[in-house]
Write a protein that binds this ligand. Structure first.
Ligand SMILES: Cc1cc2nc3c(=O)[nH]c(=O)nc-3n(C[C@H](O)[C@H](O)[C@H](O)COP(=O)(O)OP(=O)(O)OC[C@H]3O[C@@H](n4cnc5c(N)ncnc54)[C@H](O)[C@@H]3O)c2cc1C
Length: 503
């Protein structure tokens, strides 16, 4: 990758489910002239980075896996991180993706070259150019740690849930777990038995539902291996149940009452102390924040060595943690389960479009992309898990595969039109986004009375898809050329003309 000598048809950024899925799809489309640029030293994305104790998926694995790469041998209904990571390694091998991988290669800048009509990509290992960039950098990939005064001078260990310090033995230590989101509620029961004391710093309590996890018997696994239709039927059923739930999230949040009653009863059964129960009872409607699943979280909180502090961490003074309510706790280690940069997608700072502005600047009023994939002014840039494609209750792999249908349709459109590039029309992006935001007004995410990581700092929901996965599949099945301006191919160095496609 020295100088600008390497040119590829497609550069994929990231090697999680999104990037590996893109690689498989490209090969299936007959495209082999592509690279997958990955900043770390192995594939797996989320499931490589998050190795904290207790890390597991909240969607059953027969649904949380690629439709084109079923795994009859999932050992549990909800798989743990090591199994999902292994699965992704196997996907890389089975589909012959290794030759395309450029590991330890971080994309530091991607700039659209309007003259040459391609992307100039700068990485930590050199430069390359690409006709098309597929960004699969992940919705939950860059950890977010709050800027707490005094944290730098804390004498103990500090780490984020996605960067677990496996060299640090928590045994007998006073540990503070900051945050009570999806990662934290898995970490708390996993470490509670070994630490001396556990302070759970809770700004807002989550709603927690029972987790229907069990081992998948050898007989079931055998059946799925011998009769693949049974695994497909299982996946289909898991998908259908979640599709039926979507209306309650998106159109009739009042229907969430039943689920809320189940969660409240789950807490009553496991937390006997009324004062603790009061602390743990959310004051917003279930579903507004991500619904969490655990059978062990509440029992761990009720143990004598655990304390829930219903306040935010305000300051650190030496080894003393000062809470917003003025109380203080001592700690030897602080674990941040405080989530990720979601509404301020970090790749946005590194990608520069046709007018030289960064995507982050372009998105100052809020992230938006046509069909979750394409952004006006950023020709031949496609997102896998772009704005408003997240799900509240189902598998992100469904969204990834839909986006990949769109990527494939896009590349075919480039071939059939002979264009150098397609650039989403601003009015197409606006109209798509207006409709998404119109639908959003009724959803539980916007009306449920909470502040969540789904919302940006202006209170706009730029992350979640307000519909079923089937609707998203239909919306991304084909590419409508009317939604694009065509940037024609031309002689090298010649500035391209933009051709309007008549509507
Ligand atoms: C702890 C945890 C649990 C989750 N559980 C669920 C669940 O139960 N169900 C569900 O549907 N979803 C879940 N998710 C969401 C999950 O992120 C998605 O389901 C999916 O794994 C995203 O895949 P991805 O490939 O888009 O992103 P990622 O898996 O995040 O992969 C992105 C990759 O891009 C690389 N990258 C980023 N920037 C650059 C750069 N500049 N240059 C080079 N490489 C770069 C990263 O290193 C990473 O490997 C969970 C997420 C987390 C963090």
């Amino acid at each position: 990758m020295a100088g600008h000598s390497e040119h590829v048809r497609v550069a994929v950024i990231g090697s999680g489910f999104g990037g590996l899925g893109a690689a498989v799809r490209l090969r299936r489309e007959g495209i082999t002239d592509f690279v997958v640029l990955e900043r770390r030293d192995s594939v797996g994305g989320t499931w490589r980075d998050n190795s904290y104790p207790g890390c597991a998926c909240d969607v059953p694995s027969h649904l949380y896996s690629f439709s084109f790469a079923p795994n009859a041998r999932w050992p549990r209904t909800f798989s743990g991180q090591p199994h999902i990571r292994d699965y992704l390694e196997r996907v890389a091998d089975t589909f012959g993706l290794r030759p395309h991988l450029r590991l330890r290669t971080e994309v530091t800048e991607a700039r659209w070259d309007a003259g040459a009509r391609h992307w100039r990509i700068t990485t930590s290992r050199g430069e390359l150019t690409a006709d098309v960039v597929v960004s699969a950098t992940g919705p939950l990939s860059d950890p977010k740690v709050p800027d707490v005064p005094g944290l730098d001078a804390f004498p103990g260990r500090v780490f984020h849930s996605s960067k677990w310090d496996h060299d640090f033995d928590l045994k007998g230590k006073r540990v503070a777990m900051v945050g009570t989101g999806a990662s934290a509620i898995q970490i708390v029961p996993a470490i509670q038995p070994e630490v001396e004391s556990l302070t759970v710093v809770q700004r807002t309590p989550p709603w927690v539902m029972p987790r229907m996890d069990r081992g998948i018997s050898r007989a079931e696994q055998w059946l799925h291996a011998k009769v693949p239709a049974t695994a497909r039927a299982r996946r289909g059923l898991l998908w259908l149940i979640r599709e039926f739930q979507v209306g309650a999230f998106t159109k009739r949040p009042a229907m969430m009452r039943g689920a809320q009653a189940v969660a409240a009863s789950h807490m009553r059964k496991t937390v006997k102390d009324p004062a603790l129960r009061a602390k743990l009872t959310p004051d917003y409607r279930i579903g507004c924040k991500r619904i969490l699943l655990s059978n062990e979280y509440y029992p761990a909180l009720a143990r004598p060595n655990t304390e829930v502090v219903a306040s935010a961490l305000k300051e650190v003074r030496g080894s003393t943690l000062v809470m917003a309510d003025g109380t203080e706790r001592e700690a030897d280690a602080i674990v941040f389960g405080t989530g990720f940069h979601v509404t301020d997608m970090p790749i946005g700072e590194r990608v520069f479009g046709a007018d030289g502005r960064s995507l982050a600047e372009h998105w100052q009023g809020g992230m938006a992309a046509l069909r979750g994939c394409a952004v006006d002014g950023f020709p031949n840039l496609l997102f896998v898990i772009g704005p408003n494609t997240g799900l509240g209750n189902s598998s992100m792999i469904l969204v990834i595969e839909s986006s990949l249908n769109y990527v494939a349709a896009y590349l075919r459109a480039l071939d059939t039109t002979g264009a150098a590039a397609l650039d989403a029309r601003p009015e197409a992006v606006r109209s798509w986004n207006d409709e998404v935001q119109r639908r959003m007004t009724r959803t539980v995410w916007n009306t449920g009375g909470c502040v969540s990581w789904y919302l940006d700092d202006q209170g706009r929901n730029t992350t979640v898809w307000p519909g079923t996965t089937a609707e998203f599949r239909r919306a991304t099945r084909r590419l409508d050329l009317q939604e694009y301006e065509i940037v024609p191919a031309g002689a090298p160095g010649e500035r391209p003309e933009r051709v309007e496609v008549a509507s």
